[in-house]
Design a protein around this ligand. Structure first.
Ligand code: ASP
Length: 342
């Protein structure tokens, strides 16, 4: 009798494990971890870049990937990796986020960022902050230490002060390169007499940063940080702090971060659209991401996305000349690309 029950138990266990494998055939293919980054899309052409400039971008992108890799190898969460990697990119003057943020019409720097956790769909975002050195760190406090999801301007900074986050003098964000870009756009605006809200993507170079991670537990996270668009006014906010537009993460589907002409990424709800196409239409991450960028392109808008699915598959489509981007998958070397092919 005892032997029979043992046999039945064995058969049930075997059947159950077979069932689990067949309901998720990709499960065994999921890498231990994966991390994807972007540093903005746009008119990024080899002929406009010196070797030193190109090397500086490739070096910082690789450093960002290695930073994320270390966290994930050590068993850190996808959220930890995303926040740490974006912090590093915000501290670099090369990107339009944190230190290298572009200027508003009035000559200020107003920063936007968001963060999403794929396991519980929790989010944190900030918009229009002027004194936060690392907006991505503030998004995590919004997510974890407040019942809300998005804080704006002075209010976000008052909340930051309650969280022990350092406020910096707005002068910290002044870089000559971005200042000159604003002057150029202002001169063009004056010449064209087109006074009303002519924003510019810094001569069609979007420099927003984004990071996606899949950790050892299979949890996805996504984050995006930006200075927005050069010459923006009237408290303009783009897609980067808008969950579903510039950022999205859901363990059932994928994680996404966008860069490009934000208004169109909001109108198309690009980041959520990719997840929805995977969930409701069963598209692969490559198919869904390509479709979402095609929709933006159909409106004559430019930009790109990075997307990482729950099994570690990666898509990085863009409709501009280039996009600073890279990824690292457990057990493999990091890959960094700038132009169409390399
Ligand atoms: N998407 C950002 C915005 O519209 C700009 C960028 O990607 O650089 O604010």
């Amino acid at each position: 009798m005892k032997k029979t029950s043992l046999l039945i138990l064995l058969i049930f266990t075997l059947l159950f494990s077979l069932q689990c494998n067949s309901s998720n055939p990709n499960n065994s293919e999921r890498p231990d971890f994966a991390l994807v980054i972007h540093g903005g899309a746009g008119t990024i052409l080899k002929k406009n870049m010196t070797d030193e400039q190109e090397k500086a971008y490739r070096d910082i992108l690789e450093k960002a990937l290695r930073t994320g890799e270390k966290i994930l190898v050590d068993g850190g969460s996808s959220l930890d990796a995303v926040v740490e990697v974006i912090t590093l990119m915000e501290d670099s003057p090369l990107f339009n986020a944190g230190k290298g943020a572009v200027f508003t019409h009035e000559g200020k720097n107003e920063l936007d960022a968001s963060l999403m956790n794929g396991s519980d769909l929790n989010v944190g975002a900030v918009a229009g902050v002027t004194r936060i050195k690392n907006p991505i760190q503030l998004t995590r406090r919004v997510m974890e230490n407040s019942p809300h999801v998005l804080f704006a301007r002075d209010g976000a900074e008052a909340f930051a002060a309650t969280q022990g986050i350092d406020l910096v003098d707005p002068a910290y964000f002044h870089t000559e390169k971005r200042w000159k870009s604003l002057q150029k756009v202002l001169q063009k605006e004056a010449a064209e007499k087109s006074a009303y809200i002519k924003t510019s993507s810094d001569e069609q170079k979007f420099g927003t940063v984004g990071c996606l991670a899949l950790d050892k537990n299979g949890d996805l996270a996504a984050g995006t940080s930006t200075g927005g668009m050069t010459n923006k006014r009237f408290g303009r906010v783009g897609d980067s702090p808008i969950i579903g537009a510039g950022t999205y993460a859901n363990n059932q589907t994928c994680a996404v971060s966008a860069t490009g002409h934000g208004e169109y990424f909001i109108r198309n709800m690009v980041a959520y659209d990719i997840s929805a196409m995977m969930e409701y239409k069963n598209l692969s991450v490559e198919q869904a991401a390509a479709k979402a960028i095609a929709k933006v392109g159909a409106m004559k808008a430019t930009g790109g996305v990075i997307a990482l699915d729950k099994n570690g598959n990666i898509a990085m489509p863009f409709n501009t000349e280039g996009m600073y981007r890279g990824y690292i998958v457990a057990g493999e070397n990091p890959v960094v690309k700038i132009y169409k092919d390399n």
